[in-house]
Design a protein around this ligand. Structure first.
Ligand code: AMP
Length: 551
């Protein structure tokens, strides 16, 4: 027997309609590329997103078409998110920090028919426009007066129009179409370090379920009382879904635009009375330094989610102990929309000493309904949840990828012996008896020495705790006896002369003896990818001929 409830598809347009109807007066504030502050409400946003959808339809954009975006966090990007996906087309967010060749490749692979871009990225667009034959319209996120053609600057960009002109041409009586919730809504390519990037195609259903779950109290815990500033870019996994979740609960949203330095962020946190923020650890280093050097405090910030790479324990401590801000350490990936786990304490942990709580908060957290996690050995067998058995981390759930965009035959990724689909995350992790996940490495970065795994992440965390170390990476170097041994690659802090022996002694007593790296290489910088992650494959290439002593 079927249930007898309404069949309303979970569509992205329905979140915006809710925000406009029930929280219509709540503000969306943006620091613009133009340099000023723009403010309007969710009700205004809904009208303009509808105008955009109507205008896109009138220039020939059809359902299923992919529209690229090269843009900072701002209200016009938000309107693009809702207008494009809401009309049934697909929002393809592109990371502007990638090399222009890679951006052109992605636009071609996704067959984008239009691309919207902030004027900051005009040089990129100019350099790739003639190499992107699928793009029929380039849309600059500005009004006509700032459009390069109008300003007398020759662009060489065919069919360039101003976003504001497009919006003005749209109807303000637009009705959002209804369709199957499984339809694609967004596309984001993973920042793979090898091979071509791979596209992850989100659906309306996966996006809405992810947004619902991210609001749960043990996830981000959003409410209509929050003022949320996503520092995490909207070009990186939909800013962790925050633009959807904020509308879903009717929270105020604040967009920082292009200025992500500590001072600019702090000013915005204070002037808009931000209660929640989120971003990768690098961003918070800048903010904490600014606070420290100017003896400042937060007057409204309560919680911040930190993820994308491991959050250094010292950062959790600083936020908690010095500024009274709760840190939610989160783990996720593009293929998981991105949320996989968030670290919040359970009732039984509240009576533990502060140090024990701190150590728990350093883990990557606990799954919440919608994501199932497990760790398996090389044979694919489940490993115990004992906090020490390291294995390959796998995930499944309604917002976990099944197959990559345009993958051969759309093949599902992997199925285990029981025919159950589990996505192999490529991370190595432990899960403890309370269900808390700890990422110990990437599968391709873990060092296998004498058949045992050494966590490069643990060694890097220790190395950066040394007062003379600015940055550190640990990679495996082939070894005749042990297969691989760890090599420590270090960027010293400016003006500090580091000694190899002293640095290696720093590990004594802190890790098993056989984990201590065999050697140290001092470098000026460590190569970083477009999302700020260390490109260890480049280091492995650089040091592949290094001979380690036969220990
Ligand atoms: P991306 O898809 O570019 O967001 O990268 C996802 C990868 O980032 C994951 O598979 C992890 O290797 C890493 N990652 C994300 N969050 C964390 C975290 N909190 N701690 C450690 N690694 C993380």
């Amino acid at each position: 027997m079927l249930g007898q409830m309404m069949k309303m598809p979970l569509l992205i347009s329905s979140i915006l309609r809710h925000a406009a109807r029930h929280h219509g007066h709540v503000e969306v504030v943006s620091r613009r590329v133009e340099g000023d502050i723009h403010r309007y409400t969710w009700a205004d946003c809904a009208v303009r997103a509808g105008q955009l959808a109507s205008a896109l339809e009138s220039i020939g954009i059809e359902q299923g078409d992919r529209i690229g975006t090269l843009a900072w966090n701002g209200y016009r990007h938000l309107e693009t998110y809702y207008g494009v996906s809401g009309m049934g087309a697909i929002t393809h967010t592109i990371n502007p920090r990638l090399h222009p060749d890679q951006i052109a490749w992605m636009i071609g692979h996704a067959e984008n028919v239009a691309v919207v871009f902030d004027l900051t990225f005009l040089p990129i667009v100019r350099s790739i426009a003639t190499r992107c034959p699928s793009v029929k319209t380039w849309i600059a996120l500005c009004d006509r007066t700032l459009l390069p053609n109008e300003a007398g600057i020759s662009t060489g960009i065919p069919n360039l129009i101003a976003f504001e002109d497009l919006i003005q041409s749209g109807s303000d009586q637009w009705n959002w179409p209804q369709f199957d919730e499984q339809r694609a809504s967004g596309l984001c390519y993973t920042s793979g370090t090898t091979g071509d990037p791979k596209g992850v195609l989100y659906s309306h259903r996966s996006t809405i379920l992810h947004a619902y779950a991210s609001c749960l109290p043990d996830a981000f815990g959003f409410s209509a009382r929050d003022c949320i500033l996503p520092v995490v870019p909207m070009f990186h996994v939909n800013a962790w879904g925050i633009p959807y979740a904020a509308a879903l609960v009717g929270a105020k949203l604040v967009f920082p635009g292009p200025n992500l330095d500590g001072r600019s962020l702090y000013e915005l946190f204070e002037s808009e009375q931000v209660t929640f923020s989120g971003g990768v650890p690098t961003i918070w280093f800048g903010l904490l330094n600014h606070l420290e050097s100017h003896q400042l405090r937060f007057t409204s910030l309560k919680r911040t989610v930190i993820g994308g790479s491991a959050c250094p324990p010292s950062m959790i401590r600083a936020f908690r102990e010095r500024y009274g801000v709760e840190v939610l350490h989160a783990w996720g990936m593009t293929e998981l929309s991105p949320l996989g786990s968030v670290c919040a304490l359970q009732n039984k942990h509240l009576s533990e000493p502060l140090e024990a709580q701190q150590r728990r908060l350093e883990k990557q957290g606990h799954a919440f309904f919608g994501v199932d996690l497990r760790v398996v050995n090389d044979a694919g067998e489940d490993l115990p949840w004992d906090g020490s058995s390291q294995g390959h981390l796998q995930a499944r759930g309604p917002w976990v990828i099944e197959s990559y965009f345009k993958s051969a035959g759309g093949n599902p990724l992997t199925f285990d012996a029981q025919g159950e689909g589990w996505f192999p995350t490529g991370d190595v992790a432990t899960i403890d008896s309370d269900g808390y996940l700890q990422i110990t490495d990437r599968s391709k970065d873990v060092i296998k020495s004498g058949g045992e795994w050494i966590s490069s992440v643990d060694l890097e965390n220790l190395a950066v705790a040394h007062p003379g170390v600015a940055m550190a990476a640990v990679i495996g170097i082939p070894h005749p006896k042990w297969d691989e041994r760890p090599l420590l690659v270090v960027v010293p802090k400016p003006g500090i002369a580091l000694e190899r022996v002293e640095l290696l002694q720093f590990f004594d007593g802190k890790v098993p003896r056989w984990w201590v790296p065999d050697d140290v290489q001092f470098v000026e910088s460590i190569p970083l990818g477009a999302t700020g992650k260390m490109l260890k494959n480049r280091l492995r290439e650089q040091f592949k001929d290094l001979q380690l002593a036969d220990t």
